[in-house]
Design a protein around this ligand. Structure first.
Ligand code: ADP
Ligand code: MG
Length: 224
């Protein structure tokens, strides 16, 4: 489903070059669960962002369904990101002024489905997702009125609203206590089992890695 080939990333800072990724090759199979583990600073987030079309590699290419992500126009890449890939981050990244329902609907809005016409369908889907995740009584709460675990469940609903096939999660439980973290993991692994979702989870928690179909370890910008 996704192929990363010869990925390098170099940042230029004040005349100096910071070499972050050193030629990574990785193939993601449809419907698999993959954990990417490794110490802080290893380059896990950088790699995840590159695989998700968020950050251009300095060298190498990323093929999603045989399309080279970084040879697409910015507009087309944004479309692919919004429709084919769902992102879940450690700190949720919800918009504080908007309700759980509105946050969930945001990617559908970006898709340009206009508030009135088609949003009816998206709205129903958002409500269904939030109910499925136990947030039926929280649709009109703002992020500040939700617990960390609830906010992360809203973020997962938002990631799913446009029906992606691939979910990229960057330390999705990193900010949660173990009980709430467990709930989030159950949701992610259920999505893989019941909805054929391909799930990639960056984590430094080896317990999470144990539940994944495959584990790869990163160190100093390389797979080891
Ligand atoms: N925008 C940036 N500019 C310069 N250096 C960066 C930037 N983003 C990340 N880095 C550096 O890249 C390295 C890897 O970061 P990151 O991918 O966030 O690692 P991880 O997610 O494994 O903790 C770190 O040393 C970090 O400081
Ligand atoms: Mg990181």
């Amino acid at each position: 489903m996704l192929l990363a080939q010869g990925i390098h990333k170099v940042y230029k800072k004040g005349g100096r070059e910071l070499r972050i990724l050193h030629g990574i090759d990785l193939e993601i199979k449809k419907n698999e669960t993959l954990a990417i583990v490794g110490p802080s600073g290893a380059g896990k987030s950088t790699l995840l962002h590159i695989m998700g079309g968020l950050d251009k590699p300095s060298r190498g290419r990323v093929l999603l369904d045989n399309k080279d992500l970084y040879r697409l126009s910015d507009k087309k890449r944004a479309w692919v990101r919004n429709n084919k890939i769902g992102f879940v981050f450690q700190f949720y990244h919800l918009l504080p002024e908007f309700t759980a329902l509105e946050n969930t609907l945001m990617p559908a809005l970006v898709k340009g489905e206009g508030w009135r016409v088609k949003l009816g369908g998206a709205r129903k889907k958002a409500e269904d997702l939030l109910r499925k995740f136990g947030l039926g009584e929280r649709l009109r709460h703002r992020p500040g009125e939700l617990s960390g675990g609830e906010q992360q469940r809203v973020a997962i609903a938002r990631a799913l609203i446009n029906g992606p096939e691939l979910l990229l999660c960057d330390e999705p439980t990193g900010n949660l206590d173990s009980g709430m973290g467990e709930e989030i993991l159950n949701i992610l692994f259920d999505l893989n089992r019941n909805n054929n979702m391909t799930v990639i989870i960056v984590t430094h928690d080896r317990e999470i890695a144990k539940r994944s179909g495959r584990v790869i370890e990163m160190r100093d910008g390389m797979l080891v």
